[in-house]
Design a protein. Structure first.
Length: 121
């Protein structure tokens, strides 16, 4: 999160940019569910990201009531920088673990992630 703060992003803004970067264009509702946000909070986050020129809101062709969020080049560049810094930080953090410990941790994280993924469906 420190790297996101260095880019001037709040945690919520980081989450939205990361979701759009990893999943592509999404509706506001889909992003809201992915980052576990409330309606009021997601509106503020989205509007601020639009003002920063990181994302744009596009009309959905199938349903004019729905807005699709699209990551613009400026937002993509920002999230790439943050992701690179996060990767470096993670490598440094986990460098104290042996390869065996890293494999065990990965198994545990996948197990916990699998349970969480089942609950959110």
């Amino acid at each position: 999160m420190k790297s996101a703060q260095q880019e001037g992003l709040t945690f919520g803004q980081f989450e939205v940019l990361e979701a759009l970067y990893s999943k592509g264009d999404m509706s506001i509702g889909s992003v809201m569910k992915k980052i576990l946000s409330s309606v009021g909070t997601i509106s503020v986050i989205v509007n601020n990201l639009v003002k920063l020129d990181y994302i744009e809101k596009l009309p959905c062709e199938d349903d004019k009531r729905v807005c699709i969020l699209h990551l613009k080049d400026k937002g993509r560049d920002c999230i790439k920088r943050v992701a690179a810094k996060n990767a470096e930080m993670l490598e440094e953090t986990f460098s104290v673990l042996t390869e065996e410990e890293k494999e065990e941790l990965l198994i545990i994280l996948k197990k916990v992630g699998g349970i969480y993924g089942q609950e959110s469906n």
